[in-house]
Design a protein around this ligand. Structure first.
Ligand SMILES: Nc1ncnc2c1ncn2[C@@H]1O[C@H](COP(=O)(O)OP(=O)(O)O)[C@@H](O)[C@H]1O
Ligand SMILES: [Mg+2]
Length: 309
């Protein structure tokens, strides 16, 4: 990989990415937008990198210059640990590891939402066999892994007998009343000052089975209620780039079921990538945000430095 050893004068951005996201719409879109602006931008796959925790340039590259920004995309152990090391060195980050942690653990997330008065389903934590003994649970009940994502491992049961018989591969499950709503999610996406909303078919069918839905959904106007939820989640979690998944309860009101750091912003028309680039550079003081006039040839993936043999 060609790495210029001439230090960058303007901002430089390191996309610190969990491997499974490398070829997704994000981080690719924002990376290309930054490069078009002449920002020196590099993608580092956290699981493939070797970091000297005392030397941020082992991740950022020696040409990162005096104004490096790290934009994490993912939540793997490698990514979060690397991010913590970079934070400790005073590098500007879009999200801190501790901030990402608050939404990766869905129980902690739900507790924070409840505590802040954000509408969210009543949430229980326990192994299904223990939960099934409680007489006060509302069925149908939806169970999800505490650290789930992409609808992994979600199950819906109709009564205590089904709950008792449910094979659950983890220590505990997060359990919530299953709000069937209209079988659609309202996905609210936020990037700094920008807020968008997309109505997308739920990955869970009203009968509790996976829908396998892959379509991006339909962009819809951001209602005052959706905007208010997004702003409250921003305040609760301190995220800059995030999405919230909302379902509707039986009265038609929105409930927040999930908060995700740096999503793919799927289903939004307009130049989201340019807006993301602006938000990423916006963590720097205004006087150092200006990049060179020439587009940068975005370095894709890999170790920023040669590993000594
Ligand atoms: N309590 C709930 N009631 C109804 N649907 C839910 C509930 N919780 C989750 N879902 C549905 O399941 C989908 C996946 O759940 P979510 O909490 O977003 O986890 P993840 O996306 O991390 O797997 C949501 O987008 C929503 O459609
Ligand atoms: Mg979700």
């Amino acid at each position: 990989m060609a790495t210029s050893l001439t230090a960058t004068v303007g901002p430089s951005v390191t996309m610190l990415v969990e491997g499974r996201y490398v070829s997704q719409a994000e981080p690719r879109g924002v990376t290309a937008a930054l490069a078009r602006r002449g920002v020196r931008v590099r993608t580092v796959v956290a699981e493939d990198a070797v970091a000297d925790v005392a030397d941020p340039t082992t991740i950022l590259g020696r040409d990162a210059g005096p104004h490096p920004v790290v934009c994490p995309r993912g939540r793997s152990l490698a990514l979060l640990a690397t991010l913590r090391a970079l934070e400790a060195q005073g590098v500007h980050v879009i999200h801190r590891a501790a901030t990402i942690d608050t939404v990766v653990d869905k129980v902690g997330m739900s507790a924070r939402l409840t505590e802040a008065g954000v509408p969210t389903p009543r949430t229980w934590l326990g192994h299904p066999s223990r939960l099934s003994r409680r007489p006060d649970l509302a069925y149908p009940l939806l169970l999800k892994p505490v650290r789930g994502d992409n609808s992994r491992g979600i199950a819906v049961v109709d009564d205590a007998a089904q709950l008792r018989g449910l094979q659950w591969p983890e220590q505990v499950a997060l359990a919530q009343p299953f709000h069937r709503g209209d079988a659609h999610d309202l996905k609210v996406y936020v990037a700094g000052p920008h807020v968008w909303a997309v109505r997308r078919r739920s990955p869970i069918h009203p009968d509790g089975t996976p829908t396998g839905a892959t379509e991006p959904g339909v962009q819809v106007p951001v209602t005052a209620a959706a905007r208010a939820l997004a702003e409250r989640c921003r305040a609760v979690f301190g995220l800059t780039l995030f999405g919230i998944d909302c379902v509707t309860d039986s009265s038609g009101d929105l409930l927040v079921v999930d908060v995700n750091e740096f999503p793919n912003y799927r289903g939004i028309s307009g130049d989201v990538d340019e807006m993301l680039a602006e938000v990423v550079l916006g963590v720097l003081p205004a006087e150092v945000q200006q990049a060179g006039a020439e587009p940068f040839e975005a370095e894709l993936v890999g170790l920023p430095e040669q590993v000594p043999a």
